[in-house]
Design a protein around this ligand. Structure first.
Ligand code: FMN
Length: 365
């Protein structure tokens, strides 16, 4: 077997050629799909990314049978944890009150207190019992605070890793980029310090100097980067003149942004890369790995087609690897990363210039 160059994305004219393994075709049974992600052994690189269906015990056996490599639970939110912490303080305040009437306040407070965190911890424990694959808990928050300490409880409940979603809209003009980055790094450091399982940071694509920030996140202790979180932008109802959320699932078209950043950061950060957004078809998984992601994560496709669709992704990947002479999935990782391709500029500004000039030619009368 030898390495040679190839051009996976030539149809789109996206990049030049990259590294290809040339060997004889394999049978699908010969292909090893196992990968390492966040230091964990995953049986396949297809991961069910955070979404509400992943906390449904009826869905777990379906996901596992379909061959997903890991399951990410939906997030626990900073706001939720801060509120629970406030209620717990209130509860302790009441506990020292000897007035029997005060005890009447315990029960609703306690019920609310257990609803979020405790139920989440129970879900982790149940998922760990039901599944043989890693279970990743998710925390969603952006400001340093006591809530970050709850990461330890998630790990103690059995989570194999924690995914920290640092979703924020930097809408305050007084809060500059350096301050946003510093605050986010402080949150990452606090979560990493609070627990002894690996922590992945789920990012938005809107950081002004993402490559630099990615390196600093890893220095702050992140074992992995998940690119990217997908935003549900508010829409305006023009009849009711109301602003509200409108959930639209992704399509494969949205794969290109995380693909580009996986290709840019592969080999440049000492951390795992999870690609999230736009993974719908087996080819999307192939592209994700070739670009440099260690795992391809999917939510919209599973919501749209059902959890069993993960099996289509896994078997499609296996078939592609066998047909192209690969022994395993990890051999493909980064084969089309920026460092591997013959035209690295294609992942940067050059690609943009080429696309607009090509488009201008085709739209000319
Ligand atoms: C209904 C729904 C709920 C989601 N909930 C979470 C969540 O709790 N935490 C999180 O980090 N991401 C959440 N996500 C984002 C997904 O994990 C994923 O990053 C995003 O949908 C992009 O991937 P996709 O193109 O495969 O859908 C959610 C997505 C959807 C559609």
């Amino acid at each position: 077997m030898s390495d040679e160059v190839w051009g996976l994305f030539d149809d789109d004219g996206l990049v030049g050629v990259g590294r290809k393994v040339t060997g004889d075709r394999r049978t699908v049974g010969e292909v090893d799909l196992a990968v390492r992600y966040l230091g964990l052994e995953l049986p396949t690189p297809v991961v069910a990314s955070a979404s509400p269906i992943n906390s449904d015990p009826r869905v777990w056996p379906e996901l596992q049978a379909a061959g997903v490599g890991a399951v990410v639970l939906p997030s626990l939110f900073e706001e939720q944890l801060e509120e629970e912490s406030r209620q717990a303080d209130e509860l302790f305040g009441l506990a020292s009150d000897t007035n029997p009437e005060a005890t009447a306040g315990y029960f609703p407070v306690l019920t609310a207190y257990n609803h979020g965190l405790q139920r989440y911890l129970d879900t982790i424990t149940a998922a760990k019992r039901a599944l043989q694959i890693p279970v990743i808990a998710s925390l969603n928050g952006v400001t340093p605070g006591g809530w970050t300490g709850y990461a330890r409880e998630l790990a103690d409940a059995g989570a194999d890793a924690i995914e920290l979603n640092v979703y924020r809209v930097a809408a305050d003009p007084a809060f500059d980029a350096a301050a946003v980055e510093a605050e986010t790094l402080a949150v990452v450091e606090a979560v990493v310090a609070a627990c002894d399982v690996p922590v992945a940071v789920k990012l938005s694509p809107y950081w002004s100097a993402l490559a630099n920030f990615a390196v600093r996140l890893v220095e702050a202790g992140a074992a992995g980067l998940v690119m990217f979180n997908r935003f549900y932008q508010p829409d305006i109802d023009v009849e009711a003149l109301r602003v509200g959320p409108r959930l639209v699932l992704s399509t494969s078209q949205e794969l290109r942004l995380p693909l580009r950043w996986s290709a840019l950061l592969h080999g440049r950060v000492d951390a795992s890369i999870g690609l999230s957004t736009g993974v719908h078809e087996p080819d999307d998984v192939v592209k994700a790995l070739a670009a440099g992601a260690d795992v391809a994560m999917t939510t919209s496709a599973l919501l749209h087609h059902g959890p069993a669709h993960a099996g289509v992704l896994v078997s499609g990947l296996r078939r592609w690897l066998a047909d192209h002479g690969y022994d395993g999935a990890s051999q493909l990782t980064g084969a089309m990363s920026q460092r591997a391709v013959t035209d690295p500029a294609a992942f940067e500004r050059a690609n943009y210039l080429e696309e607009i000039t090509t488009a201008a030619r085709s739209f000319r009368r």
